[in-house]
Design a protein around this ligand. Structure first.
Ligand SMILES: C[S@@+](CC[C@H](N)C(=O)[O-])C[C@H]1O[C@@H](n2cnc3c(N)ncnc32)[C@H](O)[C@@H]1O
Length: 444
């Protein structure tokens, strides 16, 4: 880590950069209301569910946006968590001013905003249930101190969502940053000059020069934003999964899950339908999450962000997947619809498909949970329709299912309650794994 004076220097340079250009430069007119797939990681209920297998409504939650920038993330938090009390902080006063304007414009005047470093969060004298720290941790001179500061104001069963830049995926930009620092285009001049030097250099490169081909081609019209967010981003650093776990241990935090966990399944990187080599089969069976995730990033470093949820290490997660539950557990289960799906856009699509027994591509509604195409069939969509008004116990859903499916299509005999329960126990875990639904066990 840098010594004290360097740390101060990086701090000031980061602040200066975001005062010059609050991030993101999204116009105030852009309102992400129907953008539900973007709201998915902003919805605190998802994080709490993956932590403890419980559905936690957003009303009354204390939520912090740490490093709120120009307020787009704060606005998404407001939309994804109705009734929550939201606080946002950022190092850059100019960014906070834009965030204030953005939130006021859409009526979120009660969001508390402060220009302050997240290393001093304890000065707020408050604890938070969900701390959201997006695209910020990797800019801190000491990310572990940042995590410790957030952990210190986290409620007992609270969750932090944060992310780090991947060292492997983003290596071309780290090289560009090294280049422009070496040329004096970042540390020795103001932001405007740094942007000008970097633009002229990249424009002058031959099309086939790697830096141009991999980081600059196709960026026409977005040069300044691209440079400030990448080639000359102050404070930016890359991390591996091993670094991430070290940081968590140092802050006495435990990984809950990657936010896009379905994209991190190392087994999906092998040829489908074939057994793994024996050595790997045995190694994967006894591997820790850290080992599996690190193997994934070494094999296939496609994720720019190591985007994770974590919580206090002394309060371990208690989630276990619905697919691993015995039939007796289901008798006490209650099923909830994913709150982010409750939009007019999804309701309209659902009405169409349920009425005509069609299929529906779910990616526009919850894109971030699955790497491949994601088409749901009529029976799954019917479940969403039944849960729309209110959550249902498994027992009530099974009864309704029998009324809706009175005849077995194969034997043409009347269906039994038992067979309907079995069909639901087969279908619901898949929907739960995508988090289209949440299933609480032991409370029905
Ligand atoms: C890339 S922007 C991300 C903004 C927003 N979270 C988003 O994703 O749209 C990073 C933000 O982190 C802020 N930041 C950097 N270091 C910080 C620190 N130590 N404490 C608080 N904010 C910080 C910057 O001022 C900047 O607004």
């Amino acid at each position: 880590m840098a010594d004290g004076s360097d740390t101060m220097d990086i701090f000031e340079r980061v602040r200066e950069q975001f005062n010059y250009a609050p991030y993101p430069a999204t116009p105030l007119d852009y309102f992400p209301k129907n953008d539900s797939n973007m709201q998915f990681p902003y919805c605190a209920a998802n994080a709490f569910y993956r932590r403890d297998g419980r559905y936690v409504p957003s009303e009354g939650l204390q939520i912090l946006d740490a490093g709120c920038g120009s307020g787009v993330t704060t606005l998404r938090l407001c939309l994804a968590n109705p009734g929550a009390q939201i606080t946002a902080i950022d190092l850059s006063p100019a960014s906070v001013a834009v965030a204030r304007e953005r939130l006021d414009k859409y009526g979120y005047t009660d969001v508390a905003l402060y220009a302050m470093p997240l290393e001093q969060l304890s000065e707020l004298g408050q604890t938070f249930d969900y701390i959201h720290c997006h695209e910020t941790l990797y800019l801190l001179p000491d990310p572990q101190a940042g995590l410790q500061s957030m952990a210190a104001v986290l409620s007992e069963r609270g969750v932090i969502r944060a992310n780090l830049h991947s060292k492997y995926q983003r290596h071309e930009y780290f090289r560009a940053q090294e280049l422009f620092a070496y040329l004096g285009a970042t540390t020795d001049c103001d932001q405007e000059t740094a942007v000008a030097i970097a633009t002229e250099t990249l424009d002058a490169l031959a099309e086939t020069t790697q830096l141009h081909a991999r980081t600059w081609r196709g960026k026409e019209g977005r040069e300044k934003d691209t440079l400030l967010a990448n080639h000359i981003l102050e404070g930016d650093k890359g991390f591996t999964i091993l670094d991430l776990f070290d940081l968590l241990r140092g802050a006495e935090l435990d990984l809950i899950d990657m936010v896009n966990w379905r994209h991190w399944n190392v087994r999906n990187l092998f040829k489908p339908g074939q057994d793994l080599p024996d050595y790997l089969q045995v190694a994967f069976e006894s591997a820790t999450p850290e080992q599996l995730l690190h193997t994934f990033e070494l094999l296939h470093p496609v994720h720019r962000l190591l985007d994770f949820w974590c919580g206090r290490a002394e309060v371990p997660s208690s989630y276990s997947s619905a697919g691993d539950r015995p039939p007796t557990d289901w008798e006490t289960a209650t099923i909830y619809l994913q709150p982010v799906l409750r939009t007019e856009k999804f309701r309209a699509a659902l009405d169409q498909t349920v009425a005509h027994g069609l299929t529906l591509d779910m990616r526009p509604f919850l894109g971030c949970t699955d790497p491949q195409s994601l088409t749901l069939f009529a029976n799954s969509l019917l479940i969403f329709h039944l849960l729309w008004q209110e959550p249902m116990t498994f027992v009530a859903l099974r009864q309704l299912w029998q009324r809706l499916h009175p005849i077995d299509p194969l034997t043409l005999a009347p269906t039994t309650l038992e067979a309907c329960g079995e069909a639901l126990r087969l279908m619901l875990p898949d929907l739960e794994d995508y988090l289209f639904i949440m299933i609480e066990f032991g409370v029905g």
